[in-house]
Every structure is written in structure tokens, then in C-alpha cells.
Design a protein around this ligand. Structure first.
Ligand code: MG
Length: 356
């Protein structure tokens, strides 16, 4: 069960990230005009590539493997991976993550590198933690906190990230036999966040549970948060509820969950990556449209690499002891990232032209 969830969370993140990337930062209205169909990838001649969301998910998974789930060691290893990740010149990363990672290079330890910000980075790293280590909720919360505090010191970042991890844990436990009721999710989250100054986030979660009870559509829920014009941006109190609701409303349907998340506009790659990771933690790889996976154009972080990481992560979680990371051919990463950047620039130019 953990293997299914871990592989699902990684691959679900990758397809959501790749599908949402070409529309990142657009209003929902412009997106619908430029991309009327979301059946397949739009990044590069019908193929997709992944961004920081998937890279962070894979680095988190590898740090979990090497640490065996020890939160202190996990933080040290993840911080080290983030430092090297920065050197390979990634594009599309958020300013908070870049600043915190630069501070790691300046010699700040992982606990002191964080920036006061409630950005999305911690939420994109969270579902894989819940999928692999969610059975022990207290340990999961400590691992999420270890991940959050490398980049973000604002407690709101922890609240949003923990919710995304818990959702993946509950999706993984429930599988496709039953639905996770929003009420039960919000109650469990409230228990986990007891003692935290999480009143504002829990009010959002209550609002979300109410919307689910009334069967409100994903787009209407986002509108109720005031996000209909620009979509959820780089604020975790917008992104996490949007992604969680897209999952709650489409629990066994990765395709609908991801597509509806993208249609919200805004930070589409991150929202869809989180939604895809949570939803596919429940369905496993079988729930992901096979064409979305087959048409991922990635190397060295190929689909085979992602599956190997998920498999080993599950072994480590089940055995309760650390393992060796899955080999990644890193010397080629700067070249891959340069190619990726060129395609991103072409997309940027394309956006200058109509239809607006
Ligand atoms: Mg991204």
C-alpha cells in the first residue's frame, strides 16, 4: 500500500506540474483562450516537462530514503540537496525558496535559513511525506515541520503544508474503496494543529468542508475565496485550499482533479502538482492517464527514475531504516535545465501575442 501511494504521489505531482506549467501565472480567462483543451501536454509539441514542484518532491523523497524518516537528519539532507539544486540553475522557482537556499550557501544551518513568508514551496514538498510516512501522524508532522523550516519561518506555511501531507496520508489509507469525507479530514487536521496559532487556516478549512457538503464546484469554491479573476497565486492560504478542494471533489479521478485545478488559473503548475500528488496517492499509478505519463519528456529524472524513488521510499518506510538514494546522473542537469529554460522563454514570447 505504501509503495502504491509513494509512487502515485511522485508521478501524480509530475503530471500535474507538467500539465499546469505552460499556463503558469495566467488568468483563468486568458488560459481558456490560449489552451481550450487540456487533454494532453502543451509544453513542447505535445510533451511535458516538470519544474521545481517535482524536483522538490523527488529531493524530499531521496532525503527521506537516506534519513530513514529521522526528522533532524532529513532536514540536513534536504537542505544539502536544495543547495546543489540551486547550482544547477533551476528556472521557475519561487523567490522565497531561492532566498532561503542562497542563505544555506552563506552558511546558515537548515533551521536558520528560512525567510518569513507563507509561499507555496513547503506545500509542494508535503504530499510525498504524507504518502510515505503518514501512518504515524506525529512523525509526519515533524517531518513536514523539518521541511518547512528550511525555507519558510511564517507558521502559516506549516499549516498549509501539513494539510497537504495529511490529505495524501488519508488518500493513501483510503485508496479507491471509499471517499475521504471533508469533515473527517478537517477534524483530523484540527487535532494535529491543536496548540498551533492556526485559527485562520482552520476557518478556511471549515469553509472548505461546508462547500464540499453542499457539492459546490471547484471553480465556485475558488471564487468564494476571492480567486476568480487571477486564480490562486503564490500564497499558501490560497494554493492549499484550492488544491485540497480539487482533490476532495474528485477523489478517484486524477484527470478531473488536475484539470479542474489548472482551470483555476494562477500558479497552475504548483496547484496541479499538489492536487495530482494527493489524488494519485489514493489511486496509485493506475489512476493517472497513461498518455500523460508516456508523454513526459524528462531526463535524468525520467518516469523510470521517479518510480524507482517511490519504490525505495516505500521500502525504507516499511523497514524503518535508512537506505541508499536512487542514483541520479547529475552532471547533465545544467544542460537539461538550460534546454528547459529556452522552452520557458519561448512560452513567454508566445504570451505576448493574441488571443488575449
Ligand atoms: Mg513550478
Amino acid at each position: 500500500m505504501i509503495e502504491r501511494a509513494a509512487i502515485g504521489a511522485i508521478l501524480g505531482c509530475a503530471v500535474g506540474d507538467a500539465m499546469g506549467l505552460p499556463m503558469e501565472g495566467m488568468t483563468p480567462r486568458r488560459q481558456a483562450r490560449l489552451f481550450p483543451s487540456l487533454e494532453g501536454h502543451h509544453f513542447l509539441f505535445g510533451r511535458g516537462m516538470v519544474s521545481d514542484d517535482t524536483e522538490h518532491t523527488l529531493m524530499s523523497a531521496q532525503a527521506l530514503i537516506q534519513s530513514g524518516g529521522d526528522p533532524e537528519l532529513f532536514a540536513v539532507l534536504l537542505a544539502r540537496k536544495l543547495r546543489w539544486w540551486l547550482l544547477a540553475l533551476p528556472s521557475g522557482a519561487g523567490p522565497t525558496t531561492l532566498r532561503a537556499t542562497a542563505r544555506l550557501w552563506m552558511g546558515y544551518p537548515p533551521g536558520a535559513s528560512a525567510v518569513w513568508s507563507a509561499s507555496n514551496g513547503p506545500a509542494m514538498r508535503a504530499p510525498v511525506i504524507g504518502a510515505a510516512f503518514g501512518a504515524d501522524r506525529a512523525l509526519m508532522a515533524r517531518l513536514v515541520k523539518a521541511s518547512v523550516t528550511i525555507t519558510n519561518s511564517d507558521p502559516r506555511a506549516f499549516h498549509g503544508a501539513l494539510a497537504c501531507a495529511l490529505a495524501a496520508a488519508m488518500a493513501a489509507e483510503t485508496g479507491t474503496a471509499k471517499r475521504v469525507p471533508a469533515r473527517r479530514f478537517v477534524d483530523e487536521l484540527g487535532t494535529l494543529l491543536a496548540g498551533e496559532p492556526a485559527g485562520e487556516f482552520m476557518a478556511l478549512m471549515e469553509h472548505m468542508a461546508e462547500a464540499e457538503r453542499e457539492g459546490i464546484a471547484v471553480a465556485d469554491f475558488a471564487a468564494s475565496l476571492g480567486l476568480s479573476r487571477r486564480g490562486p497565486g503564490g500564497y499558501i492560504f490560497h494554493t492549499a485550499p484550492a488544491a485540497l478542494y480539487a482533490w476532495l471533489a474528485n477523489q478517484w479521478d486524477v484527470k478531473n482533479a488536475v484539470t479542474q485545478a489548472i482551470r483555476l488559473g494562477g500558479d497552475t503548475d504548483t496547484i496541479a502538482a499538489i492536487t495530482g500528488a494527493i489524488t494519485a496517492a489514493g489511486t496509485g499509478e493506475e489512476g493517472i492517464p497513461s498518455e500523460w505519463l508516456e508523454r513526459l519528456f524528462e531526463w535524468p529524472r525520467s518516469v523510470a527514475h521517479m518510480k524507482a524513488v517511490g519504490r525505495r521510499l516505500a521500502q525504507v518506510s516499511e523497514a524503518g531504516k535508512a537506505g541508499l538514494p536512487v542514483h541520479l546522473f547529475t552532471p547533465v542537469l545544467p544542460l537539461r535545465n538550460l534546454f528547459f529554460l529556452l522552452v520557458v522563454l519561448v512560452h513567454g514570447l508566445r504570451r505576448l501575442a493574441p488571443p488575449y
